[in-house]
Design a binder for this molecule. Structure first.
Ligand code: ADP
Length: 505
């Protein structure tokens, strides 16, 4: 039995005035006595008390209270730990947490643990009582983070000061502008963007034009074709770059949340410089090496050994050139350098790719079969990039199929999609490797041991296919063969493809 405070009107505790049972957990006797004896008892609640977290947990499990009011900092077990233990035991009791000092970390953890209200000592007992009343009458209940309504209800249990404290502590600038263009909220991080406002001068209630002359921040409120710009980069005088996301909310106005992306931009610039250096500074010496090898052959006859060595140099230069080209292609795709798109006949792309590789297949005495009967299938895309997809798949099929094998390429339509398959009777891909072959630089051990390659081709192919709103997958059996399937949206003359509609918006 836990110490119980009973109402003066009912000294034995038999008659329950309100019927609700509250457990107060606090290591300070003074607080326990005050809350239980003075604040709660006079309202007719049945009140149990416990002097620390561990006893609070035992009491809660035993008496299953309707509400727990617990201190946070207690020896042995904190208030939050008590709530978390109770949750693990399957007992979800609404809890009010009292702390000596507010911290963003505790309030976030408290919300997560299902704490419904949070008071910083000293607090107004009237406010605590009103919160107790709200919780027990069902006006507030535990927060289910997955439900926006519950999240909002939970937030409404935080008082305004706590909410503003959280907003102010957030590192990302947050700004709210009402429908009349006046600032209604500007957290500390956003305050530093208001370069026309004197330090300490209030910005709430002012129009943005009065407090900042940052052009890109002001531009964010422009409507383009009747649509508000949803995201925009904001460049600050000190060189920082922010990525601003703007959301329009009925009756509130526009909410802008900004994220510092300066480091990302710097990284992108460094990567860009690196790729440009590789492509330019490495290609030049490679050209010289290749030129010299050709000249050596012309200066005089090479003996067999010299010829072998110069062939090896030529091959190595070729492999390095391929790697550079693929790295560059990757870079172009990753940086999203847009290339013009147009309706393209699929069979033309596939045939173009197959024709350039027919010589290679011939050299390995392979049969390259094309089934392109559906010759009216159009897709919307960049012809050179799409052709790169089929060239790469056919090239791999030839490379990884032994002499005399068969490569077949088919196109057909399925509903609104064009389906293209590239199959071979080659070495196949072990099941464990199949999910990874589209990763950059990934090669199966057999391929790495016996075949030349960079491991970049399929990752480029996948990126291109996805940029065209398509899908790609592989089916393969080791030592039997491999089939790659590429699916792309068909572009019909009257409606265009989904990709095209999206791009034209
Ligand atoms: P690369 O061929 O330059 O190694 P890719 O990215 O084109 O790089 O392919 C990645 C890996 O997928 C290859 O190294 C190989 O292990 C496997 N692979 C791709 N196509 C085939 C195929 N048709 N048959 C067998 N393995 C393949």
């Amino acid at each position: 039995m836990y110490p119980r405070f009973t109402s003066m009107a009912d000294p034995k505790g038999d008659e329950q005035v309100s019927g609700e049972r509250i457990l107060v957990v606090d290591d300070s006797k003074e607080v326990r006595d005050f809350l239980a004896g003075t604040v709660l008892l006079t309202e007719g609640y049945i009140v149990d008390v416990a002097e620390d977290g561990k006893n609070g947990l035992k009491a809660a499990l035993e008496v299953a209270p309707d509400l727990i009011i617990t201190d946070q900092a207690m020896p042995g077990m904190t208030g939050l730990e008590l709530v978390e233990h109770l949750q693990k035991s399957g007992l979800n009791v609404p809890t009010i947490l009292m702390t000596a000092e507010g911290s963003e970390e505790i309030s976030v953890r408290a919300l997560r643990a299902g704490v419904v209200d949070y008071f910083i000592k000293p607090f107004d007992p009237e406010k605590l009582l009103s919160s107790v009343h709200n919780i027990l009458t069902g006006n507030a209940r535990q927060i289910d983070e997955s439900s926006p309504e519950d999240l909002l209800k939970g937030l409404s249990n935080l008082n305004a000061v706590q909410l503003v404290t959280i907003l102010h502590q957030i590192q990302e600038p947050v700004l709210v502008i009402d429908p009349n263009g006046k600032v209604t909220l500007c957290n500390l991080a956003a305050r530093s963007l208001m370069n026309k406002a004197e330090p300490g001068e209030a910005v709430v209630g002012h129009s943005l034009l009065d407090i900042t002359n940052n052009r890109s921040l002001l531009d964010i409120f422009q409507y383009v074709d009747g649509q508000l710009v949803a995201t925009q980069e904001i460049h600050l005088d000190d060189g920082r770059v922010l990525d601003a996301h703007i959301t329009e909310i009925d009756d509130i106005g526009r909410v802008i949340v900004m994220q510092d992306i300066t480091h990302l931009q710097n990284q992108a610039r460094l990567r860009n410089d690196l790729v440009m250096t590789i492509s330019h500074d490495l290609r030049s010496p490679l050209t010289t090496i290749l030129g010299c090898i050709e000249l050596i052959g012309k200066i005089g006859d090479l003996n067999t050994k010299q010829k072998l060595l110069s062939d090896q140099i030529r091959d190595a230069v070729q492999r390095t050139t391929d790697l550079i080209s693929e790295l560059l292609e990757h870079h172009k795709l990753e940086t999203g350098i847009e290339q013009p798109r147009e309706p393209v006949l699929l069979w033309q792309l596939v045939r173009g790719a197959a024709e350039t590789l027919a010589g290679k297949a011939d050299m390995k005495k392979q049969h390259l079969l094309l089934d392109l009967l559906e010759d009216d299938l159009r897709v919307m895309g960049t012809p050179s990039r799409l052709q790169h997809v089929f060239s790469n798949l056919i090239d791999n099929a030839i490379k990884y199929t032994p002499d005399g094998g068969e490569i077949s390429v088919k196109i057909r339509s399925e509903g609104s999609e064009a389906v293209c398959t590239v199959s071979d009777t080659g070495i196949g891909i072990p099941l464990d490797d199949q999910p990874r072959i589209f990763e950059r630089f990934y090669r199966t051990s057999k391929a790495a041991d016996d075949y030349e390659g960079t491991g970049l081709g399929l990752s480029i192919v996948k990126t291109i296919v996805e940029q065209h709103e398509g899908r790609i997958w592989v089916d393969s059996q080791p030592n039997e063969g491999t089939t790659f399937t590429v699916v792309l949206p068909i572009r019909t003359p009257d409606n265009g493809s989904k990709a095209e509609r999206k791009r034209s918006r």
